[in-house]
Design a protein around this ligand. Structure first.
Ligand code: GLV
Length: 311
């Protein structure tokens, strides 16, 4: 008999996921944590931040699929068995949803919407000439599926887009920088910085004081990847002294953002509760089922994670 799938997430909806998986693989035996049944029957685990030790207690586990794009919480758990392959979700609709979110944030900064909201509160009718998008230099850090899609979308809207990643990339209409030597020139030409990097040992606090002050004065920041890639203390100081004019923050070093955090009260900061993008069960279930078939057939997996690189 084919092995069972364990669903383990306190965030995602088990009913919607079970329905989506069953529609594609009607005979799949789905167990929802903490009701594992016989742990020896579990072949695949579909998880978001599973309880520590849960994966290690499954003797016949063949594959762990992370219910999201970022695997940092999963890889930070030392009890995850090192020999089990880990795959993550990442499909076009998820990238498109993120791209729409980035577009909203960039347009909001580019079109000075926060300033108009302040004017509205003061009942002030004051018009600024809008600048064309080609005069606005957007820089995207992280050129994977999500960052690459956002870069193409913004370039399609006429923004002057550059990207930065650890390794070289080629994207039509986007100037691509890479590696440590490419970072300072990339930042120096960027008016709106969008951070869509995975959180790894290399990227923790990569946007710290040095990086922030490589940006031109008055630059704006959008972080919708992982909070830990930005040094929040350095960002706070740069916002307070006006070097960074505005920020849209969807991710934070500590989530939920603590109630006494200064970001909550800053007019120039838009605080959002990690809402950029999500996997839609009916769509992302296709890749999950595909990977279950692949693991059973001994074929190469989709969206497999390189545990050394951390993404
Ligand atoms: C969300 O944060 C994800 O990693 O997909």
């Amino acid at each position: 008999m084919a092995g069972a799938l364990l669903f383990s997430s306190r965030l995602d909806d088990p009913v919607a996921w079970s329905k989506a998986l069953a529609a594609l693989m009607p005979d799949l035996d789905i167990r929802v944590s903490p009701n594992l049944g016989d742990p020896a029957e579990i072949e695949t685990a579909l998880v978001w931040k599973p309880p520590p030790g849960e994966m290690a207690a499954l003797p016949n586990l063949k594959l762990i699929i992370n219910l999201g794009a970022g695997v940092d919480p999963l890889l930070a758990d030392p009890t995850i068995p090192p020999h089990i392959p880990v795959a993550r979700l990442g499909d076009q609709p998820m990238a498109q949803m993120m791209s729409q979110f980035v577009t909203f944030a960039v347009l909001r900064h580019h079109r000075d919407i926060a300033m108009y909201q302040r004017q509205q509160r003061a009942r002030q009718w004051r018009y600024e000439l809008p600048r064309p998008s080609y005069e606005c230099q957007v820089g995207i850090m992280g050129l994977g599926l999500l960052g690459g899609t956002a870069a193409r979308t913004l370039a399609g809207l006429g923004f002057n887009v550059a990207g930065w990643a650890r390794s070289p990339h080629t994207i039509d209409g986007v100037e691509c920088f890479h590696g440590a030597p490419g970072l300072a020139p990339f930042l120096a030409r960027t008016d709106i910085l969008v951070v869509l990097l995975p959180l790894t040992k290399e990227t923790r606090h990569i946007v710290g004081r040095d990086a922030l002050y490589c940006l031109p004065r008055g630059a704006k920041l959008v972080n919708c990847g992982r909070g830990g890639t930005v040094d929040e203390a350095a960002l706070l100081a740069a916002l307070e002294d006006g070097h960074i004019a505005e920020a849209t923050l969807d991710v934070f070093e500590q989530e939920p953002l603590p109630p006494d955090h200064p970001f909550w009260g800053m007019e120039q900061v838009l605080v959002l509760p990690h809402t950029g993008s999500i996997a839609i069960p009916e769509i992302s279930a296709r890749d999950v089922v595909d990977n279950i078939r692949r693991v059973r057939a001994g074929q190469p997996l989709l969206n497999v994670v390189d545990r050394v690189k951390g993404y």
